[in-house]
Design a protein. Structure first.
Lengths: 89, 515
């Protein structure tokens, strides 16, 4: 199965975002690189608004990911509660 | 509707309202006349409403998040400038990567801006038009933020002074420029694949991710911030490129062979342009994050095969050039740097011999090729330089008619043999660096016979200032060409060793107490 991935700038907000991703995607692999963090996952990866809000202690709009996002790979589907990446193979 | 009602609408509804309810079909003029470029490439679209932006970005959200990105970026750029951040980079050789960036890449951002305003106007679907509008704005933002960020370096270092003039003239800059000229002069659907797929998916992931991470690692907060800020938009652009491919393939089975040919062509065009980035990563970053080969494997091979496996359900097959590129990944950075090293008198940035430690790093990262084919050459040049014979090649190279790169790449089956291909067209012979550049030419010869090849233009006398007389006794062509490029010979070019940049950086660092 192909990996999907997403990468963020490393900062205070993405620490919570990455923690939320790791908890919601047990197969995810986190790779810390200079100034950035890349998360790979086999086939599918989901980012949940609720999990991020629980960590940040404030409301979070998934479109805020835009500000920290560096790159991604996979088909994207986004609604108010989930941001998911997947490959259909 | 009241604000409260508005806030209750979900992401999908907000996006649908913007892209569907605000679009209309023209009645005073037939749609075909309003959108004259939509049919000639042969792509058949039956229902534009099937196209959807997976990010479901509305204009309101777009302005909000882009403004936030800009505020962050300019705060960092200001801090970097106020704190003499340029003196914090690992060593002054690094600054030459930025000269290449400003002259070879930032102008492409501006060309992408123009391309997307044009294509957004030509596509009848509301969804892709909105996405093209956003991308056009993103691209001009990238050009501006890059110019602003690198203007800090222009205050202190040479070679940053005239990028807009140089992109139209300097020999190696015709490589990236011709890539965009090719895309921009194609039809709107091909442009979406050329830029949305090849440039965004193949190229920017390699440029803005590992290279920019490397810039951060080398202490350049300015480049880090414009690079990551740009790439945050590229994630949206890659999604647009992928969505465009899927959309064309889902609309009509007749689109498959056309899309396949464009994917083959633009994968190769992107791969060739990346030779510059390969060399930046392996030779120009004093502290290395990863080798070009490693970056290629992660961002092209793994990511690309995931994409091609996915597109297989539509009948897309991986481009044939991928196998050739898999051989090239162990060679191109060494071949490209060797070329720029030799032609270091004709480029507005400095080149140098890798240090003994850097040679060891290259040997370790390229165990199959570096010691066998490249290390002896670099060591020989370094010895010659030490003995006072820094080698500058003064014979102009033959260029590939399509990618415009000098004939420097080798046969995939024999790294000691330069690869030459040729085609005859209307009484003339045309030369190529590879099977795939030849194939691109053979598909559209009328387009590529018009290529503005810098070496041909120099030999034809078209690269001198108007007051120059090439027939005057004792005429020296190279200095006249450098004048035409607005390159100050002896200051902007030649080896890093002994350059004004090297001396100033050392003196200023010393004054600032940083060493």
């Amino acid at each position: 199965m192909s990996n999907v991935f997403i990468a963020f700038q490393r900062n205070e907000e993405t620490r919570d975002i990455v923690d939320a991703i790791v908890e919601d995607n047990p197969a995810a692999h986190v790779d810390l690189q200079p100034a950035m963090v890349k998360i790979d996952a086999p086939g599918h990866l989901v980012i949940k608004r609720q999990s991020i809000e629980d960590r940040m202690g404030r409301t979070f709009d998934l479109q805020e990911l835009q500000v920290h996002l560096i790159t991604l790979s996979g088909h994207l589907d986004e609604n108010d509660d989930e941001f998911s990446l997947s490959w259909a193979n | 509707m009241s604000m409260t009602d508005h806030q209750r609408l979900g992401l999908k509804e907000r996006y649908a309202l913007m892209t569907r309810d605000l679009a209309w079909d023209t009645t005073y003029q037939p749609m075909d006349k309003v959108f004259p470029m939509v049919h000639y490439e042969g792509i058949k679209i039956h229902d534009w409403d099937q196209w959807s932006d997976p990010f479901r970005m509305t204009m309101e959200a777009y302005w909000k998040y882009q403004a936030e990105k800009e505020r962050k970026l300019y705060a960092i750029i200001d801090a970097f400038a106020q704190n003499n951040g340029h003196l914090g980079v690992t060593d002054a050789r690094y600054i030459n990567t930025l000269k290449l960036f400003l002259t070879g890449i930032s102008p492409l951002e501006y060309m992408a801006h123009r391309g997307f305003t044009h294509v957004g106007r030509q596509l009848p679907g509301a969804g892709p038009r909105v996405a093209c509008l956003m991308q056009a704005l993103d691209e001009i933002r990238h050009a501006q933020t890059q110019v602003h960020s690198m203007s800090n370096y222009n205050k202190y270092y040479n070679g940053f002074h005239d990028f807009a003039h140089m992109i139209e003239r300097v020999w190696y800059l015709s490589v990236p420029r011709s890539f965009f000229d090719d895309a921009y002069t194609a039809g709107p659907f091909e442009f979406m694949i050329a830029i949305g797929f090849s440039f965004e998916y193949v190229l920017t992931n390699l440029l803005f991710v590992p290279f920019i991470s490397g810039a951060a690692y080398n202490g350049d907060m300015g480049a880090m911030t414009f690079g990551f800020s740009a790439q945050s938009d590229e994630a949206r652009h890659m999604t647009l490129g992928l969505e465009s491919i899927k959309f064309m393939l889902e609309q009509d089975p007749d689109n498959l062979p056309i899309v396949q040919r464009w994917i083959d062509k633009w994968t190769w065009r992107g791969t060739r342009v990346l030779a510059i980035v390969a060399m930046m990563m392996d030779y120009m970053l004093p502290k290395k994050v990863m080798s070009w080969k490693e970056a290629w494997e992660i961002y092209f091979e793994q990511n690309g095969s995931a994409l091609f496996n996915d597109l297989a359900r539509y009948g897309i097959t991986p481009p044939k050039c991928i196998e050739w590129a898999a051989v090239d990944k162990e060679h191109i950075s060494h071949q490209a740097w060797a070329t720029l090293y030799q032609y270091g008198a004709a480029a507005p940035f400095h080149t140098w011999s890798p240090t003994p430690e850097e040679l060891d790093w290259l040997s370790e990262k390229y165990p199959n090729t570096f010691d066998k084919y490249y290390r002896p050459r670099y060591e020989y040049w370094a010895e010659q330089h030490k003995a006072g014979n820094r080698f500058y090649n003064t014979t102009l190279p033959m260029l590939c008619q399509v990618c415009q790169i000098p004939m420097l790449f080798t046969e995939p089956t024999d790294p000691t043999q330069i690869c030459y291909r040729e085609s005859d067209y209307k009484e003339d012979k045309y030369h190529f660096c590879s099977d795939f550049c030849k194939e691109i030419f053979d598909n559209e010869p009328e387009k590529y016979v018009q290529a503005w090849l810098p070496v041909h233009q120099i030999y034809q006398g078209n690269c001198f200032n108007p007051d120059v007389d090439p027939t005057a006794p004792g005429f020296e062509p190279l200095p006249a060409v450098l004048d035409y490029y607005h390159l100050a010979a002896g200051r902007d070019n030649l080896d890093f060793e002994g350059s004004e940049d090297q001396k100033n950086f050392a003196a200023w660092r010393n004054l600032a107490g940083r060493d």
